[in-house]
Write a protein that binds this ligand. Structure first.
Ligand SMILES: C[S@@+](CC[C@H](N)C(=O)[O-])C[C@H]1O[C@@H](n2cnc3c(N)ncnc32)[C@H](O)[C@@H]1O
Length: 202
């Protein structure tokens, strides 16, 4: 079996299951890897080309492959966890929003770009941060259903939402974010915030 990239492995390691769905499965590597330890794995793919790729890759496995958009091919209560990786954060946010009646208690998300839209969506929709990591240049956001405001943000200024409250100790990640914000070439409260954090490492 093909090895998972470090980013996909970080997602796989965080999935609790035991019944899981991977949305946007494409080559099927993640659902295939999860299949060896979970009770049930469903894989969803929207587009025809990647769906055919997934069909070939998953044939003979126990993965239940379905074609469709986001959570459309799922029944409510069918899974305990969901992953969505390698897509734009806005696409992930929108598919979660459209399928919110069917969402399981754990969501493990790996957006291709800045994770802010999924963090914000989670705060507004009753999901708390369980964990976040930065790997291969991308953030993995691990969420679980919670009650009340997410304690991860307690006492932090609004700028923390952009960087991720659980990533504020990560020097290399913060340095990259600082470089990106400096590249914008305009005053930005997030830049002041990250500079303050980085000064504290010295
Ligand atoms: C860049 S690939 C990432 C594949 C894999 N998840 C990974 O991390 O390597 C994104 C996949 O998500 C699929 N996709 C995008 N939007 C989707 C949606 N709303 N529902 C299901 N699949 C979707 C695309 O067709 C594509 O195959």
């Amino acid at each position: 079996m093909e090895m998972l990239s470090p980013g996909r492995q970080a997602v796989a390691d965080r999935v609790i299951g035991p019944r899981h769905v991977d949305i946007g499965c494409d080559h099927g590597l993640l659902p295939l890897a999860l299949c060896s330890r979970l009770q049930r794995v469903i894989a969803v793919e929207k587009h025809r080309g990647p769906f055919e790729t997934a069909r070939r890759a998953l044939s003979g496995s126990a993965v239940d492959l379905r074609q469709g958009d986001g959570l459309d091919p799922l029944q409510a209560g069918e899974v305990d966890s969901l992953s969505a990786c390698g897509m734009g954060a806005l696409n992930i946010r929108d598919l979660l929003q459209r399928g919110r009646e069917k969402l399981p208690p754990q969501l493990v998300l790996q957006p291709q770009d800045n994770a802010l839209p999924v963090r914000r969506w989670a705060r507004e929709n009753g999901f708390h941060l369980r964990d976040e990591c930065w790997i291969d240049g991308h953030v993995v956001v691990d969420l679980q259903v919670g009650t009340g405001p997410d304690p991860a943000y307690a006492g932090l200024p609004e700028e923390a939402e952009f960087f991720g409250p659980l990533l504020l100790h990560h020097r290399e990640y913060l340095s990259r974010q600082q470089q990106w914000l400096e590249g914008l070439g305009r005053p930005d409260s997030r830049l002041e915030f990250v500079r303050r954090l980085l000064r504290a490492f010295r």
